[in-house]
Design a protein around this ligand. Structure first.
Ligand SMILES: [Zn+2]
Length: 374
């Protein structure tokens, strides 16, 4: 049976449930699982304990039989609420819904559920999936777990995925990934009056000078750019930490963290390797991880369908990252959701209510198109 769910009321209910990434999201997950079951989904709970021993729960839900189908992806965690407002008290004012997670991404999550509630399992030719992950804001642990362990997914992967992160309802076919390279110099701490110390800062300084040079190159050399993105550059950045060493002591340990945002077609692997090679040439310790960028061909069926459903001429790229980076390995994926990413993680976060309601129609059309009424 199908059901009408008011997307604004559901968003308000979700905002009231605290689910900051550093705390457990078990409570909101139980609420969401109960709701998904009520609207006809089989629901699978997957959980793990994070590095601090906190339980994290992700849900994979499926409605309808058959192969392929469409999965709508969201996450239930949020960044911390912050001071100076009441982040868990959703307020409706002037066409905006305020509250932590209203935009990133309890509003979009509510919209996927409201759209999914409308369809009757018996009318689906291909299954409809909803996946709601934990820890999107810190390391994608929930997404990794559902991809590795979900029995529902392993019983038959969806053909298409929509990551419902806020894009102002403009389909996104590609976004940047990232790399974080930690470079450490080890010195010897001693009071400068003894002259027995070895400053880790002096050891790392030649490497830092080379990074400053690279920064200039990445901003001017088109080889490392992609004009499909705004900005077309890789966001190369460097931070330095010597543990707050006092001026009369030599630094025992200095860590430089180099970050960049990877783009398809911009030789990011080479850029990362340049940094690593320079660090090793100076005998510095190197530790790094990378996330590949997300890219679906702009003329792929799911991107074209997303454009058609949202009434947009063509899909775009964005500079921020989403879990689409992981899902793209398993299905053709597009990023499409209501709300403006500029609101994400801000104090006084809000979402445009009209766009939130419109997104329910957009998702409903995509469901009908992929999963098909009989
Ligand atoms: Zn998000």
């Amino acid at each position: 049976m199908s059901e009408q769910i008011d997307v604004v009321k559901l968003t308000q209910d979700l905002v009231r449930m605290p689910s900051e990434s550093q705390q457990s999201n078990a409570g909101i997950s139980i609420f969401l699982a109960t709701l998904l079951e009520r609207i006809g989904f089989d629901v699978e709970h997957l959980s793990y304990r994070d590095a601090n021993g906190v339980e994290k729960v992700s849900l994979v839900a499926k409605k309808g039989e058959g192969s392929g189908g469409l999965c709508l992806f969201s996450h239930s965690d949020t960044v911390p609420g912050g001071a100076g407002w009441d982040p868990l008290d959703p307020q409706l004012t002037d066409g905006r819904l305020y509250g932590r997670g209203s935009c990133d991404m309890k509003g979009p999550l509510a919209a996927t559920i409201a759209a999914a509630a409308r369809v009757d399992a018996a009318d689906l030719r291909h299954p409809l999936f909803i996946a709601i992950t934990a820890d999107e804001e810190q390391g994608y642990g929930g997404a990794r777990q559902i991809l590795a362990e979900s029995q529902i997914f392993q019983g038959g992967w969806p053909q298409y995925g929509v990551v419902a992160e806020p894009t102002q309802l403009i389909p996104v076919y590609a976004h940047k990934g990232g790399a974080r390279i930690a470079v450490t110099a080890h010195g010897v701490a001693a009071h400068t009056s003894t002259d027995k110390g070895i400053s880790a800062n002096f050891l790392i300084a030649p490497f830092l000078a080379e990074m400053a040079e690279l920064a200039g190159r990445f901003r001017s050399d088109e080889y490392f750019m992609n004009p499909e993105f705004d900005p077309p550059t890789n966001g190369f950045n460097l931070t330095i930490d010597d543990g707050g060493t006092k001026a009369n002591v030599t630094a025992a340990r200095t860590v430089a963290v180099v970050g960049l945002r990877s783009m398809p077609g911009a030789h990011y692997e080479e850029a990362i390797q340049l940094v690593i090679d320079r660090a090793r040439a100076h005998n510095l310790e190197v530790d790094y991880y990378t996330l590949d960028p997300f890219a679906t061909p702009p003329d792929s069926p799911i991107v074209r369908l997303a454009c058609q459903a949202s009434g947009v001429d063509h899909a775009v790229t964005v500079p921020f990252g989403t879990e689409a980076i992981l899902y793209k390995e398993y299905m053709q994926t597009v990023v499409l959701g209501p709300g403006n990413i500029d609101q994400a993680h801000t104090l006084g976060e809000w979402i445009d209510v009209a766009q939130l309601r419109q997104s329910v129609e957009v998702y409903a059309e995509m469901i009908a198109e992929v999963c098909g009424d009989r």
